[in-house]
Design a protein around this ligand. Sequence first.
Ligand code: NI
Length: 254
Amino acid sequence: MLFDSHAHIDNVRFDEDRDQVIKRALENGVEGIINAGACMTSSASSIQLAEQYPCVYAAVGVHPHDVKDIKAGDYEQLAEWTKHPKVVAIGEIGLDYYYNLSPRETQQQAFIAQIDVARQTNMPIIIQDRDAHGDILQIIKKEAKGIRGVFHCYSGSMEMMREVVNLGFYVAFGGSVTFKNAAKLPAIAAAVPLERLLLETDCPYLTPEPKRGRRNEPSYVKFVAEYIASIRQLEFAVLAEATTNNVKNLFGLD
Ligand code: NI
């Protein structure tokens, strides 16, 4: 069985056929989906979806794009939401220096504040790192001691991957590892210790080959699994079982 450790099925692009998308995921061997929050509204939607679908779990958090809109009381609300039995993480949180939709200082402050929420609530974190490797590592080392988490849609170097693993974090790969311009990413995905590897889609974005160009969905995590199994020269079933167990270990699922 597979597990999509990072999806956005609350996205409007699923409004027409969300039930079918979930059904297709289950039919394709996906036993669970973690829906990542990106703002306060989508975090609330994440919880609603987790209540509606047994296979869906929720993460709540504010993406670096949206931290400029954080209001008084939002961090307390995130902490309150973690009491829900199907909320399993704070995320996605981090730094995005590619788009810089929020000022960098605001991103850093909000990242640290949400790591704090994770500490108070004993939740793992789901980290978004886009073109911010140095600052992410610095903040993680200083502010996230003892906190579990995953680098979602990993995009750093081989050296950084080893450092991240040494710090106790998991490393997740999605469709971008299958792209023709993936550069060193496949080699890094092949080198992550199996007990620290997660699979994801980040749907509706980053659709893996051979579906690239279409809307992504959780059932397509099998293409990521097939690709990584091939580059690691592992049987599909072995990779699927290991990565699914990793999700359950990291997020404390039964
Ligand atoms: Ni995402």
